[in-house]
Design a protein around this ligand. Structure first.
Ligand code: BDR
Ligand code: CA
Length: 316
């Protein structure tokens, strides 16, 4: 089982991935940190706890981080994810309080307590992660790795922007933070729109019908979230569950290696991600490790994994 600290901004697909994670023995969630992104910070913090409590996992701590990107105002995506970020689902307000530590200290402490064992999963804008790396410069080297959902790399015909023609939402929201993270020297594995926008990895009507047959709280919540996204956007994009899936079964993916450059300009290129070849000897010099970028996914096998785990009656 991989020890995971998860930075997220729930968000429909963040919530779907949390449901999947709680039914996946490969992943042990040590804690969640929340960031402003799809919704303002207060909502993402409350949504994470709502979902955890609904799934009988309210013992997992949730720590709050940044209320806005490093250098810019927040431009949330409530227009996409629904009035409070979780479609039209109606989970009660959380009973548990937030963890007292700020996200960056929580992340760093978790890594220090188990050096080399903790993977950081990031499925929102990278503000909290950048703050953690800046405040605790040893942190990138203490992590087993970073798996993140972000970027559009032109590796497939789907690897174009979703927030702007050039940029993916998480990177676009806080490009300065993304640059800090990609330049940190951490071992990063990035899942971008190149794979998550492919129609083969998108949940459709047949999958929803199957999920609806489930009677557990997890299946009922997943059905509500998927149904909302399908009704408003045609199919249900699985950006964040795909990033989680790297930790469950990396054989679902193919990856290319490179150095990722993030555009931090204010023009139309803001938040664009480019892959450049590795510098000569970069890998052997012991300096920064190359980023692995997902270039293909077995969409059918991934969706089957998702639906079958959601329907597994052994869990809540
Ligand atoms: C990413 O942006 C958010 O809206 C989703 O939750 C996902 O993390 C996809 O571009
Ligand atoms: Ca997200």
């Amino acid at each position: 089982m991989q020890k995971v600290v998860w930075d997220m901004d729930p968000g429909i697909d963040d919530a779907l991935s949390l449901i999947l994670a709680l039914r996946s023995p490969e992943v042990g969630i040590l804690g969640i940190t929340v960031v402003a992104g799809n919704a303002p910070l207060e909502m993402t913090g409350s949504n994470a706890r709502r979902v955890l409590e609904h799934l009988d996992a309210g013992n997992i701590p949730v720590a709050a981080g940044a209320a806005k990107p490093l250098c810019r105002p927040l431009e949330d995506a409530l227009g996409y994810h629904g009035p409070y970020g979780l479609g039209d689902s109606s989970l009660p307000p959380p009973a548990a309080s937030l963890h007292p530590e700020p996200a960056w200290d929580f992340l760093s402490r978790a890594a220090l307590e188990a050096p080399g064992e903790v993977t950081l999963l990031a499925t929102g804008p990278l503000t909290n992660v950048a703050c953690a790396f800046e405040r605790h410069p040893q942190l990138p080297g203490l992590l087993a790795g970073v798996v993140l959902m972000g970027g559009a790399y032109g590796l497939t015909s789907y690897g174009r922007g979703n927030r702007t023609p050039a940029a993916e939402f998480n990177i676009w929201q806080d490009p300065e933070a993304a640059r800090v993270v990609f330049d940190s020297g951490a071992g990063i594995l990035a899942v971008g729109l190149d794979v998550s926008m492919g129609p083969a990895a998108c949940l459709g009507a047949r999958h929803l019908e199957r999920i609806r047959t489930g009677q557990t709280p997890a299946a009922c919540l997943a059905a509500q979230l998927v149904q909302y996204e399908m009704r408003h956007h045609g199919c249900c994009r699985m950006h964040d569950p795909l990033a989680l899936a790297v930790l469950i079964d990396a054989s679902l993916f193919r990856f290319v290696s490179g150095k990722v450059e993030v555009m931090v300009t204010d023009g139309p290129e803001r938040g664009a991600t480019r892959i450049s070849p590795l510098d000569n000897g970069q890998e052997s010099s012991g300096g920064s490790r190359p980023t692995q970028i997902a270039s293909a996914v077995d969409g059918a096998r991934f969706l089957e994994l998702f639906v079958s785990r959601i329907l597994d009656e052994r869990h809540v």
